[in-house]
Write a protein that binds this ligand. Structure first.
Ligand code: NAD
Ligand code: GLY
Length: 359
């Protein structure tokens, strides 16, 4: 097991990465949770696979008192209705402020369970037990929680840091290929944002990653978490612009996800397409060369992820959605672009005509 630490001004917490960790989760959670009651939030796909292992771990002495709340799986359920159901169940079961939420699942479970923990009785502790590649490299670390609104992705939420993250690599063995490759988009993203040597490594090791080679995968997850932890430590609440870099490709991605209806494209698929579009736009604006933009497209193509926006979504509709992005200030569309692979920056104003041209 490897343990990284996320160091924040007011808090630090461990990110454990390794095999067989769910079965040992009782020890990790006992070290970091305030009380002895845990509400496990999971989804209907993950529950039959991993819930028993977790509950057995939490029952080992000194045992936790546990409750389970199971939600429907999929992005279309990451909404206020599911959030309310989770809160209602916690109230019905008399969950108090000394209890904690444990999010067992992918990014959808992590985001919504984390948001319930942030809001329930004005905030209770929570732990992230991510079971998808995307959640292990990105969503479980850093404390962004929330739900979607029909008008925008992740538009309602809170910053609420977990007490610990337990990433059991064994869980990835059951992850369907489509979700696995979608998670690789977020891995590649880290290299493109601020670590060109990691992007080079991803390019060289793409076949190994696609084959789920254990060594390559473990390295990619650790390196991604290290990069994310460092960025979050510098700008926890996304105020300085540093953390906004983690949104490379996401303004396009969120417009695609919301425009199509949440759940039609996976988040990682939309991010992959967003990376290509951000690179293409960076090239169009003369920030990077065409060959560098082509490198990004080639990686996304080798992953079998989309290079173009969905045909059914017009450029005009995309731009309208992009104008609602959370990063925007004073009515101007702010985008994360690249000066080079490994050197992303926030561009304060991008002419919509240029965006339309790359769409
Ligand atoms: P997901 O949570 O929908 O999980 C993907 C699918 O795989 C689901 O059907 C789930 O039931 C199933 N699943 C989960 N683990 C499994 C396993 N081990 N074996 C078999 N099936 C499994 O999707 P995701 O890609 O994990 O997360 C996407 C979400 O994460 C989006 O809502 C996105 O906005 C959010 N996100 C949040 C952050 C953040 O910082 N909070 C960062 C990136 C993405
Ligand atoms: N996934 C972007 C962030 O955590 O800031």
């Amino acid at each position: 097991m490897k343990t990284l630490t996320v160091e924040l001004a007011h808090k630090r917490y461990p990110v454990h990465i390794g095999r067989g960790l769910l079965a040992a989760a009782g020890d990790c959670l006992r070290d970091c949770l305030p009380g002895r009651r845990v509400v496990v939030v999971t989804d209907e796909v993950v529950a039959p696979l991993y819930l028993d292992t977790l509950l057995r771990a939490l029952a080992s002495p000194p045992a936790f008192e546990t409750d389970v709340i199971e939600i429907a799986h999929g992005e279309e359920h990451k909404n206020l209705a599911t959030f309310e159901r989770i809160c209602t169940r916690m109230l019905e079961r008399g969950v108090g402020r000394d209890a904690a939420v444990a999010a067992l699942g992918g990014g959808v479970v992590g985001d919504i369970a984390g948001f319930a923990a942030a809001a329930y009785q004005r905030g209770i502790a929570f732990a992230q037990l991510p079971t998808t590649l995307l959640a292990q490299v990105d969503s479980a670390v850093g404390g962004k929680t929330g739900v979607n609104h029909a008008l925008g992705k992740n538009m309602i939420g809170a910053f609420h840091q977990p007490c610990c993250v337990v990433s059991d690599l064994d869980t990835l063995d059951t992850l369907p290929p489509r979700h696995y490759t979608a998670g690789l988009a977020e891995v590649v993203k880290y290299g493109l944002i601020l670590d060109v040597s990691f992007f080079d490594w991803c390019e060289r090791n793409l076949d190994a990653l696609l084959a789920r080679d254990e060594q390559a995968l473990t390295f990619a997850i650790e390196r991604s978490c290290r990069i994310k932890a460092a960025v979050v430590a510098e700008d926890e609440l996304e105020r300085s612009g540093r953390r906004a870099l983690l949104n490379l490709g996401h303004t396009f991605a969120h417009a695609i996800e919301t425009g199509l209806g949440h759940g039609r494209w996976l988040h990682g698929e939309a991010v992959a397409c967003g990376l290509v579009l951000a690179a293409r736009l960076s090239a169009r604006l003369g920030l990077i060369g065409d060959a560098e933009a082509q490198r990004v497209a080639a990686v996304v193509e080798r992953l079998g992820l989309p290079l173009e926006k969905p045909a059914e979504l017009s450029a005009e509709a995309m731009i309208r959605r992009m104008s609602l992005d959370k990063k925007n200030l004073g009515g101007r569309t702010r985008l994360v672009l690249m000066r080079a692979p490994g050197e992303a920056f926030v561009s304060d104003h991008t002419d919509p005509a240029e965006i339309e041209a790359v769409l």
